[in-house]
Design a protein around this ligand. Structure first.
Ligand code: NAI
Length: 217
């Protein structure tokens, strides 16, 4: 499949397409037009066509999109055609909450959880044992670890980030509220729920103020 330089905005929308198409497949829907899909996704048909044209379209005139094919192709673009192993470092509130979540559905298998707190040693979350950090290097050497989820306090995160780079980790899903300063060879995705909440606050306020202004007109 021919791909050109894809904008970050389009890439950001792909998981949403993937999710909707997955739901359609669960409902045994075999094909769908851009119009029908746009109604479901509360977007425009032209946005969908434009987005998917970046990857060569996938649609056929008068037929629409083959749901399974599109789902598979978007999965490939997102690198989901093969499964990934993931570990969590920091088994506190957030780390354990994430460990309890089922990422297997999108092909991410949790294979290890690590912490420094001796009280957590041997405790299991969803059948996965929490190991102490001194076992990390050996674990990474013996297992294929594709992604590390970092849920440690801010103070420890940078140092752990450097260590992860040293032992060959290439992808970090960072929840600690700090920049990791690893080299460009390591792909870091920062997740900050606060930022999402602040955006919600902005949008909610904008909407609310708009309603107030409208009612004054
Ligand atoms: P927590 O205190 O419950 O858990 C932190 C865990 O990290 C503890 O179990 C601790 O023993 C462990 N830890 C400390 N140093 C370590 C090290 N060197 N190696 C391995 N494990 C170590 O904290 P919580 O609430 O789970 O938050 C964890 C991190 O996630 C914090 O940095 C917090 O700011 C951040 N956070 C981020 C959110 C986001 O949206 N990105 C939302 C909530 C928390």
């Amino acid at each position: 499949m021919e791909t050109k330089q894809i904008s970050k905005a389009v890439i950001k929308r792909l998981p949403r397409y993937y999710r909707y198409l997955g739901e359609l497949m669960e409902d045994n829907v075999e094909r769908i037009s851009s119009n029908e899909l746009s109604k479901k996704m509360h977007t425009t048909a032209s946005q969908i066509r434009q987005d998917l044209n970046n990857f060569g379209g996938f649609g056929q005139q008068g037929y629409g999109y083959n749901v399974k094919y599109l789902y598979t192709e978007i999965g490939k673009i997102l690198g989901l055609e093969e499964d990934h192993n993931i570990i969590i470092i920091g088994a506190g509130n957030l780390g354990q909450a994430l460990a309890n979540y089922n990422f297997e559905k999108v092909g991410f298998h949790l294979i290890g959880i690590f912490d420094t707190n001796p009280r957590l040693k041997g405790v299991s979350v969803r059948g996965i044992e929490i190991y102490m950090m001194d076992m990390l290097d050996d674990f990474v050497a013996k297992n294929k670890v594709d992604v590390v989820t970092l849920t440690v306090p801010k103070r420890q995160a940078v140092e752990i980030g450097h260590h992860l780079e040293k032992i060959g980790i290439k992808a970090i899903w960072n929840f600690a509220p700090t920049d990791l300063n690893v080299s460009e060879d390591v792909c870091v995705k920062n997740v900050h729920l606060n930022e999402s909440l602040m955006t919600l606050s902005y949008e909610y306020r904008a909407m609310y103020n708009q309603d107030e202004e409208d009612s004054r007109d």
